[in-house]
Design a binder for this molecule. Sequence first.
Ligand SMILES: O=C(O)CCC(=O)C(=O)O
Ligand SMILES: [Fe+2]
Length: 209
Amino acid sequence: MLDFQASLLDLNLDRVALGALRGRVERRELSDGAWVDLRRGWLCGADEVFADLVHDVPWQAERRPMYDDVVAVPRLLCHYAAGDLLPHPILEHARDTLSSYYADELGEPFVTAGCCYYRDGHDSVAWHGDRIGRGRSADTMVAILSLGSPRRLSLRPVGGTTAAAYPLGHGDLIVMGGSCQRTWEHAILKTARPVGPRISIQFRPRNVF
Ligand SMILES: O=C(O)CCC(=O)C(=O)O
Ligand SMILES: [Fe+2]
C-alpha cells in the first residue's frame, strides 16, 4: 500500500528529487557500536531513475570460483570508482548530500558507488561484511539507496542469527555505520516470493569495499 501511494506521489510530482535528511533520518542502534540509519522514500521519482539505470548502466554478469567450479554471481554489478562520472545526475547529488550530512561523524566523503541489479528473487548476496580495506578494522559507513521492488536487507551479529531485516525499495536510504561492517553481517537473501527487479547503489568512502 505504501509503495502504491509513493508511486502516485511520484507521478504527481513528476520530478526526480531528494527529500530532506535533517530531522528525517531514524537511527537504530544494533550492538557493539553498530547502527543503521533509515530514511524511507528519500528519492522521489524513483521509477524514472530505476528505468534510466536499467538502460544506461553497463551491467556485468560476474563469475567467481567456488570449490572446484566457477559459478555465476547471482546479481548484475557495475562499480564506479572515485572520480568516475555516475550514471545519473541524481546519484552524484545523493553522494554529495550524504557526504555533507555525515561529514562530522564520518570525517571524509563518500567517493565510490557500487551498483547491484537483482533481477528477481533468485538474485541475492550472501551474508558478509564490507570488510575489504578499512571496514575490517575501523568504523566506517556504507550508504545504500534502493530502487525498484522492495527486498529485505537482513542483518545479524557476525555468526549469529538474523536479528533485523529492513524491506528496502523505491527510494529508501539505509546507512550502516559504526562497527557494522566488522561486528555485524548483512545479506539480501533469496526469496521464493514473486518479487520484481531491484537496484541498489552503495556509496562508500575511500578504501572501503
Ligand atoms: O543490495 C544491497 O542493498 C546490499 C549490497 C551489498 O551488501 C554489497 O554489495 O556489499
Ligand atoms: Fe555489503
